[in-house]
Ligand binder design. Structure first.
Ligand SMILES: Nc1ncnc2c1ncn2[C@@H]1O[C@H](COP(=O)(O)OP(=O)(O)O)[C@@H](O)[C@H]1O
Ligand SMILES: [Mg+2]
Length: 265
């Protein structure tokens, strides 16, 4: 059986009083999986991903990762936290939240320098990831002045340079042009083939289909109501409609009855 990387056991979480997000959430993620978390806006996708990255913590139940229970207290141990964030890379939905230096090269070098790697090793890793993601031309540029697609590439590079075992991406294709979306999907498929565990959130059904055989669906009430084959859930229009991932209506056009389907993105 595949090694279990993450296990959420009876997790409850609230954002302060009155904003219940999760109640008794259970989820297991095995090493090497690619899974896609689907849900409408506000369904809890970002919150769940942040929990897997140990940026927020269960208030009830437990989060187990790499065979350890992950608590806020444990993450206050700098060495543990640094190692955890090296193993689990998080790509924020908004790249601006992730970029903070004035040169692309420095942005990518930041994590490896923090890890205390030698200057030569940092240089080699930065060169490798710049080559792999074809960022040579952006090397000297300021991350702030790049296009949305370029910023996303730099954000991905700054995480990949740490060789994470798990890559978690929050709505990664939002705002990207079709070619950059394709580029990102191909990259994630290749990383997964090489053994990296990939967890994405999206309300883009095509992305889910392209990327992951396993899909999770969060309802608008923040309940995990589906965990299974992506192909199967994408064919289940009733369920997708219930969770507000598609909207369709029937009407008569000329002689023919006719369905319009609206899909997010
Ligand atoms: N920092 C926050 N403070 C209070 N409520 C929040 C915060 N972030 C998210 N929420 C609420 O938690 C729920 C889940 O949000 P989120 O995880 O961002 O959903 P999604 O990523 O699917 O759009 C929503 O009801 C949202 O309004
Ligand atoms: Mg979100």
């Amino acid at each position: 059986m595949a090694e279990m990387l993450f296990s959420l056991q009876g997790v409850g979480f609230t954002y302060g009083r009155g904003i219940d997000v999760f109640r008794n959430l259970n989820l297991q993620v095995a090493k090497g999986e690619s899974l896609c978390l689907l849900g409408a806006n506000g369904s809890g996708k970002s919150t769940l991903l942040k929990m897997l990255c140990a940026l927020v913590f269960p208030e009830e139940g437990r989060l187990i990762a790499f065979d350890r229970e992950i608590t806020e207290q444990l993450m206050e141990n700098d060495r543990f936290a640094q190692n955890f964030h090296r193993r689990v890379g998080f790509i924020f939905q908004n790249s601006d939240a992730q970029l903070f230096t004035t040169r692309v090269e420095d942005e990518i070098a930041f994590g490896p320098i923090q890890l205390g790697l030698s200057r030569a090793e940092v240089g080699k890793r930065v060169d490798d990831v710049i080559g792999m993601l074809q960022l040579e031309e952006l090397r000297e540029r300021s991350p702030y002045l790049l296009s949305g697609g370029e910023k996303k590439k730099v954000a991905v590079a700054s995480v990949l340079v740490l060789n994470p075992e798990v890559l978690i991406l929050d709505e990664p294709t939002n705002g990207l042009d079709p070619r950059t979306q394709r580029w990102l999907i191909d990259l994630l498929l290749e990383l997964n083939r090489r053994g990296c565990t990939i967890i994405t959130s999206t309300h883009n059904l095509e992305l889910a289909h392209a990327l992951s055989r396993r899909a999770l669906v969060l309802s608008e009430q923040h309940e995990l109501i589906y965990d299974g084959s992506t192909a199967e859930v994408l064919a289940n229009r009733k369920l997708l409609q219930e969770v507000n991932l598609i909207d369709e209506y029937c009407h008569i056009h000329g002689e023919r009855e006719h369905i319009h389907r609206y899909v997010h993105n």
